[in-house]
Design a protein around this ligand. Structure first.
Ligand SMILES: NC(=O)c1ccc[n+]([C@@H]2O[C@H](COP(=O)([O-])OP(=O)(O)OC[C@H]3O[C@@H](n4cnc5c(N)ncnc54)[C@H](OP(=O)(O)O)[C@@H]3O)[C@@H](O)[C@H]2O)c1
Length: 132
C-alpha cells in the first residue's frame, strides 16, 4: 500500500479498529478515513453507499461489529446474526462495487450466535468447546 492511499477503517473507535488506526499512523499512512457509529450507521445500506461514493477508499479494514461477549451472543442470537451480517453485507458489498483493492475483515466467534456452526465444527480462531 502507498503511504498516501486512502484507507477506510470501519469501527475505528473500537478496540481493534483504534489499534489498527494508531498502528497505520505510526507507520506513516497519511490518508486514513473513518466515521463514528453516530456519523454513519453501517446497518443503513443507503448511507454506506453514499459514504463510499464520497470517500472512494482504496483499501478497507472492517473492524466494526455488534460485539457483546460470550454471554450476550448466547442470549441475543438473532440480534448478533442480523446486525453483523447486515454490516458485512453493506461494507463488503460497497467495497466490491467501488473497486476497493483489498479488504481486511476481522471477525471472531463473538460476533455470531453462541452455537452457530463453523466450517469444520470450530471457528477459524478458536477451538471447538472453547466456551465450555
Ligand atoms: N477484541 C478482540 O480481541 C478481537 C480479536 C479478533 C477479532 N476481533 C473482531 O474485531 C471486530 C471488532 O471487535 P472489537 O473488540 O474492536 O469491538 P468493539 O470495541 O466493540 O468495536 C466495534 C466497533 O464497531 C462499531 N459499530 C458497531 N455497530 C455499528 C454500526 N451499526 N455502525 C457503525 N459502527 C458500528 C462500534 O461503535 P459503537 O461502540 O459506537 O457502537 C465500535 O466502534 C469484531 O468483528 C471482532 O470479532 C476482535
Amino acid at each position: 500500500m502507498e503511504k498516501s492511499a486512502k484507507i477506510y477503517i470501519a469501527g475505528h473507535h473500537g478496540l481493534v479498529g483504534s489499534a489498527i488506526w494508531r498502528n497505520l499512523q505510526e507507520k506513516g499512512y497519511t490518508n486514513l478515513t473513518g466515521r463514528s457509529h453516530k456519523e454513519l450507521d453501517l446497518l443503513d445500506g443507503v448511507a454506506v453507499k453514499d459514504f463510499f461514493d464520497q470517500e472512494r477508499p482504496e483499501y478497507v479494514i472492517l473492524a466494526a461489529a455488534h460485539v457483546g461477549g460470550i454471554m450476550a451472543n448466547s442470549t441475543y442470537r438473532a440480534d448478533f446474526i442480523y446486525k453483523n451480517l447486515q454490516i458485512q453485507q453493506n461494507v463488503i458489498g460497497e467495497s466490491f462495487r467501488h473497486g476497493v483493492k483489498k479488504l481486511l475483515f476481522l471477525g471472531s466467534t463473538c460476533i455470531y450466535p453462541r452455537d452457530a456452526q463453523h466450517e469444520g465444527g470450530c471457528s477459524p480462531h478458536l477451538p471447538a468447546g472453547i466456551y465450555e
